[in-house]
Design a protein around this ligand. Structure first.
Ligand code: GAL
Length: 416
């Protein structure tokens, strides 16, 4: 993982906080943003806070998707030593709030009008029992495909819009001796691919029934078998060294033309940008074939852990800085995600970012916006982990598709 220093300016934060909370001291921030693109984005926040006189005590825990970070967090909380702020996703935030571990951000939220500018889809994970407990940083989505444009052009491949076209493109790349799909064999990455494949096969109603409502009939359906069959096709198009590979190294394979495609959330764009690549010229971003109108989202938030009393001035300042429109633009341009507020202009965003913002708004309007199963926005961690186990076992050849469907039904019924 390479370290990266981003040229950001503290000027981005001039006027960033509308509350001007007086703050002294440090914040300790636990997160899993350790890839080049992620670290670059994090620097935007770090430098902004330092500009306000708040020191940043960095607590990175490597591992995409944040599983390892959550293990470290549990240990820290059990030891009575919770970090000030912690990157969190979806149902994990709700769990910590229900356990009474999170501070109340209602004062900052009220002063800054969060209720009016943060979309309802995010509020359901940031506001628990009427209490704001975390500050939404961004909205990512998982049903994206990233492609190397030169590789596609050289092989006469147009952006595939259907599964059949996608498979034909994979065949062409394989015949040309190029790895069709760059993939890292880690359970959360397989689940991320599964989000898009499942949405395309099951459609929005089926996706919701399976992963949000945990409907047994949908989980055990023939359509679900088709989802696993298609995962098998993808498995047949990854290189032999995929096991255990970090997601950003898979992105690098697309960046340097070793592979044609990667199915990954838009944090992958952060890697392309960090490598100086330009959308539409060097790389392409498009929705997983068959999911053009849908968005499976995950939103990074910073949960503020109760330090024994009211929210601290540093926590309030951090929350305020995170929600500042100037920060939302500056950070998300680098991160690959889109703003967590509805009132931020898309002006500073590149073509993929503009598309991400437009897709999100359209999906929210048409009822096509759903929480990502892979990133903890569809169901509680226990269910998510049960699904991971089955998906990854199937991907690694332990189950055929029919067995995977049966295992999925069983695993979910035990976990829920
Ligand atoms: C996701 C997170 C993203 C990105 C990704 C890979 O869970 O929401 O911000 O960090 O993991 O690390």
């Amino acid at each position: 993982m390479r370290k990266h220093v981003l040229m950001t300016t503290v000027a981005l934060f001039v006027g960033a906080t509308s509350t001007n909370i007086a703050a002294a001291g440090d914040v300790e921030v636990l997160h899993w943003w350790t890839s080049g693109g992620e670290a670059a984005a994090l620097n935007v926040l770090k430098e902004g806070l330092e500009g306000q006189g708040i020191g940043w005590n960095d607590m990175p825990v490597a591992g995409g998707g944040g599983e390892s970070a959550m293990t470290v967090l549990r240990a820290r909380v059990t030891a009575g030593n919770a970090p000030t702020a912690v990157q969190g996703l979806g149902f994990d935030i709700i769990d910590w709030a229900k356990q009474g571990s999170l501070a109340n951000l209602n004062d900052v939220a009220a002063k800054e009008g969060w209720d009016d500018v943060i979309p309802a889809a995010l509020q359901q994970f940031a506001k628990v029992d009427g209490k704001w407990v975390s500050a939404p940083v961004n909205v990512h989505s998982t049903n994206w495909v990233w492609a190397n444009k030169a590789v596609l052009d050289a092989n006469g491949i147009a952006v595939p819009t259907t599964w059949d076209e996608f498979v034909a493109a994979l065949d062409k790349l394989k015949a040309a001796g190029i790895t069709p799909v760059a993939h890292g064999g880690q359970a959360w990455q397989e689940a991320t691919v599964f989000d898009g494949v499942a949405m395309s096969v099951l459609g929005p109603d089926g996706y919701k029934a399976a992963f949000i409502d945990l409907d047994e009939a949908t989980l055990g359906s023939d359509s679900m078998k088709e989802v696993f069959d298609r995962m098998g096709v993808i498995r047949a198009n990854v290189d032999e060294n995929f096991s255990g590979r970090d997601w950003n190294l898979a992105t690098a394979m697309v960046i340097n033309g070793e592979a044609g495609f990667q199915m990954m959330g838009d944090w992958a764009k952060g890697e392309f940008i960090n490598a100086g690549k330009v959308p539409g010229e060097d790389f392409l971003c498009f929705r997983f074939p068959g999911t053009a109108d849908q968005v499976t989202f995950n939103a990074d938030q910073f949960m503020m852990f109760d330090q024994g009393g009211n929210v601290s001035p540093e926590q309030a300042a951090l929350a305020s800085a995170i929600l500042a429109p100037s920060f939302q633009s500056a950070f998300n341009v680098v991160k690959g995600s889109v703003p967590a507020r509805t009132d931020v202009s898309d002006e500073a965003f590149d073509a993929c970012g503009k598309k991400g913002m437009a897709d999100l708004a359209a999906a929210a309007k048409s009822g096509n916006l759903f929480g990502s199963m892979a990133h903890g926005h569809a169901s509680a961690a226990s269910v998510k982990n049960a699904m991971y186990d089955v998906i990854t076992a199937h991907f690694n050849g332990e189950y055929d598709s029919a067995t995977a469907v049966e295992e999925l039904v069983d695993a979910v019924s035990i976990a829920k």
